[in-house]
Design a protein around this ligand. Structure first.
Ligand code: GMT
Length: 387
């Protein structure tokens, strides 16, 4: 099959999953064209069957902002004509579903006999935050409905989509996944010594995110402060975003600057996750939580908010612990339990690993995307709105 995959390349779960899907499909013999504004961070080296096409969006003095939707649709038309795409798979609805829709209209209007099917995967904030903003909701819902097939990364996101937007399309849930051959605990003792510091009793806590308000980096620092009241610990902050500086400032005010290590954006998270004893994810909203899945794959227990799709990823009490987002006492108690009770830590780490391997490895999930593509190509997953 000839597949075009569109995604945001910046650090973020949707770009990571789209890139992993592109690599996995190419490895299974498909011809895959990854289309984005820059090379996605996880693309890696040359792989047969996988090519990258860059979208360029020139500015012009009359435009207030570059016209990304138009240049992306243009690129989709070009790539379809050159490589005869069967499917365009848009990750993140805004504006990728709209670009797919526009490209399909242009190709059909030009009299092209075979026009690619448009599949949109909803990732979360494209529905719950920005997609449901009144400035976008009509166009977002229309373009989602106009897709030939729609998937969501969790049951929770599927339900949220029907709640937040006037979408009528059938939404198939296909969860996010990892390349489990690569995502496994690999401890580098030198790195561990460096980040744990001189005290061998010290615990390493990690938070990986894009440091936007929804991730609640301030709560991560507060939870770390509470942990530090009971035991020696250090906090690794992986990623970058608008709230990172504020989190570091707060840590300074609390006298914790020495115990915090902001590592910025990192391409390889497995070696860092593998150092950690605990992962904190106290998000306000999370349609899935790829960061939690990556931690579980590296046998790191997660303490997270009971929001959105996180309960579908983390089986509470078996593969991690979930609490209401404002229950900082509960999160602290779970974190301290995991950091002080070796048997509990081992049970939860194993539970998390088992859950990843049972449900969220590429071998399990990628065939579900292939089957969905086949179904859409056969024409029976077309959205209710278009039927
Ligand atoms: O948070 C965002 O807006 C970014 C977006 C992304 O592109 O990574 O995150 C969403 O999609 C991820 C991949 O499916 C999910 O793991 C995240 O939970 C989801 N973020 C939210 O729902 C806040």
């Amino acid at each position: 099959m000839n597949v075009g995959i569109v995604c945001y390349a910046s650090v973020g779960g949707s770009g990571i999953v789209a890139t992993e899907l592109a690599k996995a499909l190419a490895a299974r013999g498909h011809q895959v064209r990854l289309i984005s504004t820059e090379r996605p961070i996880r693309l890696g080296e040359f792989q047969a069957g996988l090519a990258f096409h860059e979208v360029q969006t020139p500015g012009y003095p009359l435009f207030r902002d570059p016209q990304y939707l138009l240049s992306l649709a243009n690129k989709l038309v070009e790539v379809t004509r050159a490589f005869d795409l069967d499917v365009i798979h848009a990750h993140y609805a805004i504006p990728h579903a709209a670009a797919g829709y526009l490209a399909r209209q242009i190709l059909a209007a030009s009299g092209r006999r075979k026009v690619p099917r448009i599949i949109t995967t909803l990732h979360g904030t494209d529905v719950t935050l920005i997609g449901s903003d009144p400035s976008y909701s009509e166009t977002a819902a229309f373009c989602i409905d106009q897709s030939d097939g729609v998937t969501a990364v969790s049951e929770s996101l599927r339900d949220d989509t029907y709640r937040h937007l006037p979408v009528r399309a059938e939404i198939q849930v296909i969860p996010n996944f990892l390349d489990c051959r690569h995502h496994r605990r690999t401890v580098d003792e030198r790195l561990l010594a460096r980040y744990r510091g001189a005290d061998p009793e010290s615990k390493l806590v990690i938070h990986v995110s894009n440091f936007r308000p929804v991730k609640r980096a301030g709560v991560v620092v507060e939870l770390f402060r509470r942990i530090r009241e009971h035991l020696p610990a250090r906090l690794l902050l992986v990623g970058d975003g608008p709230d990172l500086a504020g989190a570091c400032r707060r840590a300074q005010e609390l006298g914790l600057a020495e115990d915090i290590e902001p590592l910025g954006e990192q391409e390889l998270v497995v070696p860092l996750l593998s150092l950690a004893d605990l992962c904190l994810l106290p998000s306000a909203q999370e349609s899935f939580g790829v960061a939690a899945l990556e931690a579980m794959a590296c046998e790191v227990p997660v303490v997270a908010s009971r929001v959105g799709g996180l309960p579908e990823v983390i089986a509470d009490g078996h593969a991690g612990f979930l609490h209401d987002p404002d229950d900082l006492d509960g999160m602290t108690a779970s974190a301290l339990g995991l950091l002080t009770d070796a048997a509990l830590h081992q049970r939860i780490a194993r539970g998390g690993l088992q859950r990843v391997h049972e449900q969220f490895c590429a071998e399990e999930v990628v065939p579900r995307y292939e089957a969905f593509y086949e179904r859409v190509l056969a024409g029976d997953a077309a959205s209710v709105a278009r039927a």
